[in-house]
Design a protein around this ligand. Structure first.
Ligand code: NOJ
Length: 577
């Protein structure tokens, strides 16, 4: 395929079947990216309009979070039709135009596959409810009779990820209280029954539907679920929620089950069957929050999935010891299977990095003997209540970006990270949409604070997200006036220009992306330092005190000004040695 050459050291990602090993992928959350039709919600036309911005930023690919028809009860991860576009976002023709335009600009396109569950508005689920117990329609989902007198109790003690039980009871066609269906997430997200061959066939066909339209790959939502112990046994009760926890312990019945690998391998065969097409074989990235890495690494075994997000780096606290431990474990584990690592600083499910790094507790200490002793709900609630020093957080987030983009492998940038956006922690309660808010009885606010629509231009909301007379679906904070794309574009010290400079170097320097690193003599104490190739070094200072940089080195890009060869505290630099 003839495609634009961006940078000068690498072939265009469109000419390179191994593109995914080094790619920087930008995550678009469609609802919050750009609103072209002025209804307060982002849309595909808005995404098309802004594609040149992403090409200029210097990323290699985009990943689009679900854009399918959906009642949006979990932000689109409740899919009512896997082969169409939500009318709120546009049409299939718009999606096709988006994919072609991205390719014209030299960008690959990943979209989201949500295979564990659908929406309760999916026609097959509606048919299952209507068809009654014992029907072939019900067997596509996980329906069971309840326990106790009258079947009034759920079939087991599992809790849902957003709070409450993982089961909801339906009313049978004759009007009587009926069976229960399983939903690991919200009641609006019934789990598919992956032991039914029709489900597997349907997902093969969905993959082909989008591959045939030119999509380069999929991010796989909760790639560690789908297969389950169909005996559906009770599990240990979490004292915090009162429900059985379906967490991913070894042998857990709902996550990382022994029947999962064949599902992934089957998808891989579908993706590989496109090897002879113009776009080449298609690819997958797994979303799986799974520890320890020895278990996660099985997801990228040869013949299984291509890449899997390494969330530990995102969840790690701001400390050299913890980050070094994560980097080492991640690279060693990936080396054993020949897959590239996949670095992430944030996404639509996690507190924005600039805010996280501005709190007194910045994350998990992965250098500790037992890094997983804290319940995540308890931990998240404690941290959410802490005040934030946003200047400190942003300074550290800039350094983290240079670390992420220098490490071997691929990297993901969540929309707005390149602007240094902070989490909006004070959204009005009546604007909250995350199912967690309702399901937790209004005790956990959930993830809306990282999903606030992007600020593009102007000095007041909606900051160019859409027309000025229409406010977006979540309110933007006034202080984003200084963080718009427009405000940052001409400021050489802005976070946007830091990303642009780093991504330009990544394109121009073949030592970056996939490959290996060597620790540099400066590595140790509060400093993480490594080299790539003969002349490139990345030095990150996690401490407050200045650090002397190697004599004679040239600064390529720095997250904070480097004066007199000294790297200030909470800063990172890329050097030409
Ligand atoms: C992970 C997605 O990233 C998240 O937003 C969603 O709520 C769950 N999976 C359920 O689909």
């Amino acid at each position: 395929m003839t495609s634009p050459q961006r940078g000068n050291a690498r072939p265009s990602v469109l000419d390179d079947p191994q593109w995914w090993r080094s790619a920087v992928v930008y995550q678009i959350y469609p609802r919050s990216f750009a609103d072209a039709n002025g209804d307060g919600t982002g849309d595909v036309r808005g995404m098309i309009d802004r594609l040149p911005y992403l090409a200029e930023l210097g990323v290699d690919a985009v990943w689009v979070s679900p854009w399918y028809p959906s009642p949006l009860l979990d932000g689109g991860y409740d899919v009512a039709d896997y082969r169409d576009i939500s009318p709120d976002y546009g049409t299939l023709a718009d999606a096709d135009a988006f994919v072609s335009r991205a390719h014209e600009l030299g960008l690959r396109v990943l979209i989201d596959l949500v295979p564990n569950h659908s929406s309760w508005e999916h026609p097959w689920f509606k048919a299952a409810v209507a068809a009654g117990p014992g029907s072939t329609e019900r067997d596509l989902f996980i329906f069971r009779d309840g326990r106790g007198p009258g079947g009034d109790e759920p079939p087991n003690n599992w809790g849902g990820m957003f709070g409450g039980p993982a089961w909801t009871r339906v009313t049978e066609p004759d009007g009587t209280p009926g069976q229960w269906y399983l939903h690991l997430f919200d009641p609006s997200q019934p789990d598919w029954n992956w032991t039914n061959p029709k489900v597997a066939d349907e997902f093969d066909s969905i993959l082909r539907f989008w591959f045939d339209r030119g999509v380069d790959g999929f991010r796989i939502d909760v790639a560690n679920s789908m297969a389950k112990d169909m005996a559906l046994p009770d599990v240990r009760v979490d004292p915090l929620t009162g429900y059985g926890t379906t967490e991913s312990f070894e042998g857990a019945p709902a996550w990382d089950h022994a029947d999962l690998p064949p599902i992934h391998r089957r998808w891989r065969e579908v993706a590989d069957s496109y090897a002879d097409t113009e776009l080449g074989p298609r690819v997958f990235v797994a979303e799986a929050y799974l520890d320890p890495i020895e278990r996660l690494i099985r997801y990228v075994d040869p013949g299984r999935l291509h890449t899997t997000f390494n969330f530990d780096a995102m969840l790690s606290q701001w400390s050299a010891d913890s980050q070094r431990a994560v980097i080492t474990k991640t690279l060693v584990a990936h080396h054993t299977v020949g897959a590239p690592a996949t670095w992430v600083l944030g996404n639509h499910d996690n507190v924005r990095v600039a805010t996280r790094y501005g709190k007194a507790v910045t994350g998990i200490d992965f250098s500790a003997d037992d890094p997983f002793s804290l319940s995540s709900l308890e931990f998240d609630q404690q941290v959410a209540a802490m005040p934030v020093d946003i200047e400190l957080g942003r300074r550290r987030a800039r350094a983290a970006a240079l670390l992420e983009l220098a490490l071997p492998g691929g990297a993901y940038v969540y929309q707005g990270e390149e602007l240094g956006l902070d989490e909006v922690e004070d959204l009005p309660e009546d604007s909250l949409q995350d199912p967690t808010w309702e399901r937790s009885g209004h005790t956990v606010r959930g993830r809306d604070g990282c999903r606030v629509p992007l600020p593009w231009s102007g000095t007041e909301p909606p900051f160019g997200f859409g027309p000025s007379d229409r406010q977006p679906w979540l309110p933007q904070p006034e202080h984003w006036a200084g963080l718009t794309v427009q405000a940052q574009s001409d400021d050489p010290t802005s976070t946007l220009n830091l990303y642009r400079a780093a991504l330009a170097e990544r394109h121009a320097n073949p030592a970056l992306g996939d490959g290996v690193l060597d620790w540099h003599p400066l590595n140790g104490g509060d400093v993480v330092a490594f080299t790539r190739g003969d002349r490139f070094a990345c030095v990150v200072n996690f401490g407050a005190a200045e650090v002397d940089l190697p004599a004679g080195s040239e600064v390529i890009v720095a997250s904070s000004p480097v004066d007199g060869g000294r790297l200030p505290g909470y800063a990172a630099v890329w050097l030409r040695l």
